[in-house]
Ligand binder design. Sequence first.
Ligand SMILES: CC(=O)[C@@H](O)[C@H](O)COP(=O)(O)O
Length: 255
Amino acid sequence: MLKIGPYEFNSRLLLGTGKYPDFDIQRKAVEESGTEVLTFAVRRMNIFEANQPNFLEQLDLKKYKLLPNTAGAKTADEAVRIARLSKASGLCDMVKVEVIGCDKTLLPDPVETLKASEILLNEGFIVLPYTSDDVVLARKLQELGCHAVMPCASPIGSGQGILNPLYLKFIMEQATVPVIVDAGIGSPADAAFSMELGADGVLLNTAVSSAKDPVKMAKAMKLAVDAGRLGFEAGRIAKKDYAAASSPAEGMIFS
Ligand SMILES: CC(=O)[C@@H](O)[C@H](O)COP(=O)(O)O
């Protein structure tokens, strides 16, 4: 069970909602993924215009918790404004704080992320900040009271997978709140690896929405996240430099 603030989820896969070929494929992919949390960029949605096409209308919204995100914000003030707008529209009191500090890498601005998170926490939001894989920043965000931290595996939409497993492991080891690996996941192997490292969840978008077959990939990601979590709970064997026979020689009848 993944617990974020007051909310509990059976699925540990969180899904983005951008860049799908069409609404029908998106709906099927979302269903196959088994996700219970869908994130969307408030700035890219016409949340106050009922006559505009909206993917949310395609879904049975009782089945999903919506996680509005502040994509497009470059300052804490912008992120706070976007978060307030989404709360005012009655969508959800959770928010993924995303404050981009670099147009080319889309890496987050740590100072503005911290600032926005503090303001939103004081206003009673359930705050999930998107961060780099910085262990000190992750600790400061959790000390502020953030309900989860979401370090990136690699730049958004790059599909490069986990570039720094060691730093992600450091973040997970000291975490007192859920750690959700967010952004840069390229394949099911990346998702499984995140979970095997000890992540509490994975948030991804491009790997599914831009796959050749998004519906199949959504299912593959679900299986990968489940398998990775199971493997983490089961405890992997230690790596050794040298071979160790799988069938021990002691006690054999024939020599
Ligand atoms: C949808 C969303 O929130 C993205 O900003 C997120 O970080 C996913 O990134 P990928 O598209 O690389 O999975």
